[in-house]
Design a protein around this ligand. Structure first.
Ligand code: NZQ
Ligand code: ZN
Length: 386
């Protein structure tokens, strides 16, 4: 196990009936609130009403910034920043999934500076004193509710870039599993894929051979993500399944899994971001199209680790490490197919001829993330296997 610092300052309020706490939790920072949300689901399922009732009761003055789209875009972030500055909002409250929370973080960071917000994403500026952020999570997937990352698409340059800064953790996040009852089956599945991908990235890129605590923790999260997703897809309004999936997704990328692993990478996300940037596919759908191909590529150099994944997650104990590795990857791919998440570029209607263009888009982000071993040739080879 490597040395590490773990410091996650986000306060979590988890469970049934927790949404009415959003008012007091938010006005504890300021009363002029920028309320950020998506394209309509919270109005249909009543969460908007619950949140605004609570905010108003707590004495908040609300300025609304609706219309965040899935895979949030820079132009809309800029509109939110202009609104927050113009209306002198001093706290931001996000209600939604990863897209809404990520856009809210970008607004928090951009509303207190004079330069353009994109400079954070291309490494030209660092976040200083962002506005405080509270969230009500409505979709289990990204863990943005309890981490310091944000991912935004620049529609002009067709770049989807992610960026993290320790000042961007939400102050408080409310996780009421009932808020996710209305998430349709497809996005429920994509959310589970995303949570699994977050774990796999670190599980397969750590260079440390002796991390038993983290390994068991990560294997448990993967098994829980699959089992709870299966239960939710069988009963979209099942509280226990929704609760298990929600907390699993939050734990998958809140810093705990990586603690002690040393340097880890995020290569599947690196490539997926280009799929979202170029074709606007849902993040989890893009991931499940990349994961099996990336795993087959990577397992050639570290078959033992993939064999252990197969043994611990799928109980495959027989055969050589290479055979077990292969069986584990096949089993995960079959599970993706079972939950109707795409498992190839073809499933996403992305033609083979586009592989070079995707790779070039990915290389630009690899440079910013400082992952030099992902050059165009290697990315094209991985994509060819997808
Ligand atoms: O627009 P609304 O009405 O909010 O509808 C959304 C959207 O259409 C809908 N939805 C959300 N909650 C719902 C609901 N529909 C019915 N009932 C509910 N309770 O679901 C759709 C997808 O929402 P979105 O927020 O886009 O999904 P997700 O949470 O998967 O977020 C995806 C974004 O997060 C980024 C991704 O790149 C992507 O842009 N990520 C952020 C990360 C982070 N900050 O750490 C890490 C992740 O790896 C990921 O990259
Ligand atoms: Zn992700």
């Amino acid at each position: 196990m490597q040395n590490f610092v773990f410091h996650n300052p986000t306060k979590i309020l988890f469970g049934k009936g927790t949404i009415p706490a959003i008012g007091p939790e938010t006005v504890a920072f300021a009363t002029k609130v920028l309320l950020v949300y998506g394209t309509g689901s919270i109005k249909r399922n009543g969460i908007y009403q619950q949140v605004t009732d609570s905010l108003l009761k707590a004495g908040a003055e609300i300025v609304e910034h609706p219309g965040v789209q899935s895979n949030p875009v820079l132009s809309h972030v800029r509109e939110g920043i202009a609104l927050a500055k113009g209306q002198k909002c001093r706290v931001v409250c996000a209600i939604g999934g990863g897209s809404v929370i990520d856009e809210a973080k970008a607004i928090c960071a951009g509303a207190v500076v004079d330069h353009d917000v994109w400079k954070f994403f291309i490494g030209k500026k660092s976040v200083t004193s962002p506005l405080p952020l509270t969230t009500v999570l409505t979709l289990a997937a990204s863990s943005s509710e309890m981490n310091s990352g944000m991912v935004i698409t620049n529609e002009e340059t067709r770049q989807k870039f992610g960026f993290a800064n320790k000042k961007l953790y939400p102050q408080t996040s409310i996780l009421d599993p009932e808020a996710t009852f209305t998430v349709p089956a497809d996005y429920t599945a994509y959310g589970a894929v995303d949570a699994i991908a977050h774990v796999l990235e670190f599980y397969f890129t750590t260079q440390d051979p002796a991390t038993p605590v983290q390994d068991r923790f990560m294997e448990g999260l993967i098994i829980n993500a699959m089992e709870s997703c299966d239960r939710v897809l069988a009963d979209l309004n099942g509280y226990q399944g929704r609760a298990d999936l929600m907390w699993t997704a939050t734990l998958a990328l809140n810093g705990l899994t990586a603690a002690g692993l040393g340097k880890v990478g995020f290569p599947m996300h690196l490539i997926e971001h280009s799929l979202s940037a170029l074709y606007n596919v849902p993040h989890g759908a893009g991931l499940s199209a990349i994961i099996p191909g990336w795993m087959r590529h990577q397992s050639q150099s570290t078959p033992q680790r993939f064999a252990r994944f197969a043994e611990r997650v799928f109980d495959f104990r027989n055969g050589s490490p290479e055979e077990r590795a292969q069986k584990g990857i096949d089993a995960l791919e079959e599970w993706f197919q079972k939950i109707h998440s795409p498992t190839s570029l073809a499933d996403l209607n992305i033609p083979k001829q586009d592989i070079q263009q995707i790779a070039e888009n990915t290389v630009a982000l690899a440079k910013i993330w400082r992952i030099p071993d992902y050059d165009s040739e290697r990315i094209q080879a991985i994509l060819a296997g997808c």
